[in-house]
Design a binder for this molecule. Structure first.
Ligand SMILES: Cc1cc2nc3c(=O)[nH]c(=O)nc-3n(C[C@H](O)[C@H](O)[C@H](O)COP(=O)(O)O)c2cc1C
Length: 194
């Protein structure tokens, strides 16, 4: 399974990168082809033209590369931080550059925050956004909080929170793998209708 793990904080002191790192490491340990898409380093502009609004071959190189990566992926994991109960603008800005590229694949939400609710409000806000963008959002979620007490700077789980996260990850990854396989078989059997 080819998985893109997408993360969107631009803050200098960002902490969610720990969860993004953890997820990439854990998916790779399962033998999956997981890759981090770090919006800060992809560095798309604040949305002006969507990818499809550029004449073929004229989109900025970073946008073209990302379009190709999204098209080739089997599944997406959105690492969803919470700013004032809402999604982070960097992640939203990155996703909004594309539309059809996201279609017909499963997506999972792994939320986090500094507080005990683990970004649950932002996760709830993300779900319909991803549905609108043609992804099938799986019901398993990860809610990580307080993130600073759950993951060390290198993404290693720590303490009770880390143990809980590790247990939840197995089910989360199993769920995503099942839907990913189902979608891949169906795409091969019958091309998407639009
Ligand atoms: C602008 C802003 C708004 C925030 N709003 C919330 C919030 O609504 N709920 C919450 O639990 N934490 C909130 N936090 C704390 C974040 O969960 C915490 O700073 C987290 O580390 C942000 O992710 P990042 O470090 O990857 O940027 C907020 C932080 C910022 C900077």
């Amino acid at each position: 399974m080819s998985i893109l793990v997408l993360y969107g904080s631009y803050r200098s002191d960002r902490i969610g990168i720990r969860l993004a790192t953890y997820l990439v490491d854990r998916f790779r340990a399962r033998g999956e082809d997981a890759e981090l898409i770090d919006a800060k380093f992809v560095d798309l502009p604040m949305l002006d033209r969507m990818y499809k609004e550029y004449p073929p071959g004229t989109a900025p190189a970073s946008m073209q590369k990302l379009a190709d990566q999204i098209t080739a992926a089997d599944a997406f994991v959105f690492v969803t931080g919470e700013y004032n109960w809402g999604p982070q603008p960097g992640l939203k800005n990155l996703t909004d550059h594309f539309l059809e590229h996201w279609f017909w694949r499963p997506a999972a939400i792994a939320s986090y925050s500094a507080g005990r609710l683990g970004g649950a409000h932002a996760a709830a806000a993300w779900h319909p956004i991803l549905s609108e963008m043609g992804m099938v959002v799986i019901s398993s979620t990860l809610t990580v909080g307080p993130i600073g007490e759950t993951l060390a700077a290198d993404g290693t789980p720590t303490g009770h929170g880390g143990e809980t996260l590790d247990r939840a990850f197995t089910r989360f990854a199993d769920d995503l793998a099942w839907w990913s396989e189902a979608a891949r078989i169906q795409r091969a059997k019958r091309p998407p209708p639009y």
